[in-house]
Design a protein around this ligand. Structure first.
Ligand SMILES: Cc1cc2nc3c(=O)[nH]c(=O)nc-3n(C[C@H](O)[C@H](O)[C@H](O)COP(=O)(O)O)c2cc1C
Length: 367
């Protein structure tokens, strides 16, 4: 499993792993892939500074990447306080009543009320400034191209820029803005996702951007067979997210028995694409919480960034309750195959072994 991206980044396998956990990112990089740390959760840049220092010290000198979120269409400034004033009372009432109905207890006084601010450009820029003091080899951006000055700044530091795309026209606009690598993120994926499935999207984007722009296939990749399929569709590597939630290292970030019960029992039909997490369509585990928002009396989700501020405390309450029936979490359709929790190195090794087996099998079909 070697493509030109392996030489470009000095990695053994073109397996890129998006993860909010520095422990997972470090373990993927040490295992020969490229761990990419998601920064959106860091409202506090000092914490990000500490985490990236830890990553520098725990990757055995191997490369890693950083993911920021600078949406193309969103208010660019604001604080949780003044944005909070824009949230309608009707929405707050719905959230309170739904939590009551679902039996989710309140948090102890003073805990867990802050929402994610990492998708405000001012905050994402501060993430970038911190990252540039460390040694990422890749900066990735979700929800559009990062602004051109951000791309140029990365290039000045010798850092490649990747951006996620859910349609060929978005990939072309990323390339026109100077993005180096396109992540073709299919409908199956966890988190923000478009409407075209990977089987169609990957070759669409590969053909649209042409042979000089590497494409990573994303969405629904959880086995070596799926890696082989993605490379067969023209990708030069894969970009994965959901499978790393089912690893021992991820427990350092979110030790939650309810969550593990929920995803190990879920089938590939147990996800839903909805705007209730952030205001933009994102794939989540289907639970009583997502179902409550699908009821006829539920309000329309608010636009980004208001929706996440609205549900931030609810998410923290739900997570603290450890109730697998209510949990709120982005995850892709690959959840149906995530039936156990394994060390990251074992997941990487099995992707590589299954890939070899799949390619070997295809080779026999040529005879
Ligand atoms: C829990 C979770 C959080 C995510 N958050 C982000 C994010 O902050 N930035 C981003 O670029 N992608 C994010 N994604 C999407 C991943 O980068 C990746 O594209 C996706 O998980 C690939 O599809 P898969 O889930 O089928 O592997 C997230 C995915 C998951 C599962």
């Amino acid at each position: 499993m070697r493509t030109a991206l392996c030489d470009e980044f000095g990695i053994d396998y073109p397996i890129f792993a998006f993860t909010p956990s520095e422990h997972v990112a470090a373990a993927v990089s040490r295992a020969g892939g490229l761990g990419v740390l998601g920064c959106v959760r860091f409202n506090d840049t000092e914490e990000l500074e500490r985490v990236l220092t830890w990553l520098d010290d725990n990757t055995d000198g191997k490369p890693y990447g950083v993911d920021i979120v600078m949406p193309m269409k969103i208010p660019t400034e604001g604080t949780s306080l003044d944005l909070g004033a824009m949230i309608p009372e009707e929405h707050k009432k719905f959230v309170d009543e739904t939590l009551l109905k679902l039996g989710v207890p309140p948090l102890p006084e003073g805990e867990g009320r802050e929402g994610v601010l990492g998708w405000l450009h001012s905050v994402a820029r501060s993430h970038l400034d911190v990252a540039l003091r460390h040694r990422p080899v890749l900066i990735a951006n979700a929800l559009g191209s990062p602004p051109v000055d951000v791309i140029e700044k990365c290039h000045e530091h010798g850092i490649k820029v990747a951006a996620l795309a859910g349609a060929a026209k978005h990939a072309l606009s990323h390339v026109a803005n100077g993005v180096d690598i396109i992540v073709a993120q299919g409908y199956e994926a966890g988190g923000h996702t478009g409407e075209v499935a990977s089987m169609v999207l990957t070759p669409d984007i590969v053909d649209a951007v042409g042979p000089d722009v590497p494409v990573l296939g994303a969405g629904g990749i959880g086995s070596g067979r799926q890696v082989a399929a993605s490379l067969a569709l023209g990708a030069q590597g894969v970009w994965t997210g959901s499978i790393w939630l089912g690893t021992e290292e991820y427990r350092n970030l979110a030790s939650n028995q309810g969550w593990e019960t929920a995803f190990t029992r879920a089938t590939s039909s147990d996800t839903v694409r909805t705007r209730i997490y952030t205001g933009k369509p994102a794939r989540l585990l289907k639970t009583k919480w997502t179902e409550a928002w699908a009821e006829a009396d539920a309000p329309e989700p608010l636009p980004m960034p208001l929706q996440n501020l609205l549900v931030a405390e609810a998410h923290n309450r739900i997570n603290a309750s450890h109730d697998p029936d209510v949990i709120s979490m982005p995850i892709g359709q690959i959840v149906g195959r995530m039936n156990s929790v394994r060390p990251v190195a074992e997941v990487v090794a099995s992707l590589v072994a299954e890939y070899d087996e799949a390619v070997g099998r295809l080779e026999t079909y040529r005879k």
